[in-house]
Design a protein around this ligand. Structure first.
Ligand SMILES: Nc1ncnc2c1ncn2[C@@H]1O[C@H](COP(=O)(O)OP(=O)(O)OP(=O)(O)O)[C@@H](O)[C@H]1O
Length: 405
């Protein structure tokens, strides 16, 4: 069916009073960015709804994209007709026929803005309902929770028909909640935490630590691919890669084994907080949850958090692994995450790290390394890449390997 426009209903932002205007403007920008390659679309963000005029563009791929934009409660593809009631009847029938399966019920729901139109609301409901009943044998009318609701809006500039309400991604438009740094590994959890952070309207810069030659180019490429998946919800994401080999080697050489992991994490958080500050980010997100591994006890979090006053946000803190995996599957990061590439943290983690590190001991052991010097060296080595949806870094790596062979 060739629709003329998609009508988008706002989510939570409608309750946000004075911020409403900013939210609508940001959502408009985000929708434009996510639909940028469809030529001919006209996007108008108005105070109650956002309209995407299709101007002949196929609605199916546009609908798929809109499903990933935060701040949208739901949306409906709409057909706009001139005020010709015969045409309205014919189109209404085609729309319901397209959705009808034996046993289904329907109702017509009319709103009339143009009070000069030849029929009033009840007449329109009756006439269209009768036309459907006569032409689709077996279909029944049901007022409460019918399977199909055909919405008819008689506006000043035409008659608008819609019969489908497609759920949106919910949440708040990315960008309305400020900006933060996200510590992303190649694992299952951090991409899910990133998704949940963005769902609350936060724009994220990804920060990733890698340790060549202990971690491979493929492991780095995999994390970039995960970022590309998440970028589908944000338009594009800045990926900050931080060389971490020297820090890890020094810690391994100088610090007692039980405290290796805690001090490594402190260095990671310190460096991330410095990057965040320099980029105007107001917090650090991680994929930690309570009680999964040694770094994720309250004692451990206290010993690690000690290095910064920036808020450290952990959207997964109370989730079970099965819940996290379910979201990873839904956002299509799971299959990538489980590819077996090494992470710099796991490589240098001793078999028995302290699960309840002591804060004073941690601070004292850390004095054995040159914190400032190592931090500066890592910061001097960072590379920033702009990552867009649909990019594929792992394949590029395979091509490089193929050339070398
Ligand atoms: N190489 C890395 N670069 C950036 N952040 C990292 C890195 N490794 C771990 N982190 C951060 O520390 C958090 C905890 O990592 P850890 O490996 O202990 O747990 P995890 O539950 O396996 O997390 P994930 O599945 O995200 O790797 C990660 O979610 C991420 O936020």
């Amino acid at each position: 069916m060739q629709y003329s426009e998609i009508m988008v209903r706002y989510g939570e932002l409608s309750t946000k009073g004075k911020n409403r205007k900013d939210f609508i403007r940001q959502l408009g920008r985000n929708v434009k960015r996510s639909l940028h390659e469809f030529e001919g679309l006209e996007i108008r963000a108005q105070h109650d709804r956002l309209h995407v005029a299709l101007n002949g563009v196929d609605s199916a791929p546009v609908i798929e994209r809109l499903k990933g934009v935060f701040g949208i409660e739901n949306f409906s593809p709409v057909i706009k007709l001139e005020k010709d009631f015969e045409a309205v009847k014919a189109t209404a029938l085609t729309m319901i026929q397209a959705q009808y399966k034996p046993g289904m019920t329907f109702k017509i729901n009319t709103k009339r803005q143009d009070h000069h139109f030849e029929f009033d609301t009840n007449q329109i409901n009756d006439k269209l309902g009768g036309h459907i009943l006569r032409n689709i044998p077996g279909i029944d009318v049901k007022m409460k929770q019918p399977d199909i609701t055909l919405r008819v809006e008689v506006r000043l500039n035409g008659i608008f028909l819609s019969s489908e309400t497609i759920p949106g991604a919910g949440g708040l438009p990315v960008g309305t909640g400020g900006k933060a740094a996200m510590m992303i590994s190649g694992g299952i959890d951090s991409p899910v935490a990133a998704y949940l952070g963005m769902k609350r309207g936060v724009k994220l810069d990804m920060v990733h630590f890698f340790s060549p030659p202990y971690t491979s180019e493929q492991a780095l490429a995999k994390t970039k691919d995960l970022t590309s998946k998440i970028a589908g919800y944000a338009g594009s994401i800045q990926f900050v890669q931080v060389p971490f080999t020297k820090v890890q080697e020094t810690i391994k050489e100088k610090v007692p084994e039980g405290y290796l992991m805690t001090i490594q994490r402190r260095m990671m958080l310190r460096i991330t907080a410095a990057i965040a500050l320099a980029r105007g980010d107001k917090g650090v997100f991680t994929g930690e949850s309570l009680g999964q591994v040694a770094s994720q006890t309250l004692e451990s979090m206290m010993a690690i958090n000690d290095v910064t006053t920036m808020p450290v946000l952990r959207p997964l803190v109370s989730m079970d692994k099965t819940e996290i995996i379910r979201i990873a599957e839904q956002i299509d990061t799971y299959d990538l995450s489980i590819l077996p590439f090494e992470d710099c943290c796991t490589i240098f983690t001793p078999p028995a790290p302290k699960t309840r590190p002591d804060l004073e001991k941690t601070r004292n052991f850390e004095k054995l390394i040159d914190v400032e010097g190592l931090m500066q060296e890592a910061l001097d080595g960072i590379t920033v890449t702009e990552i867009k949806p649909g990019e594929n870094y792992m394949n590029q790596q395979e091509e490089v390997f193929a050339e070398l062979l």
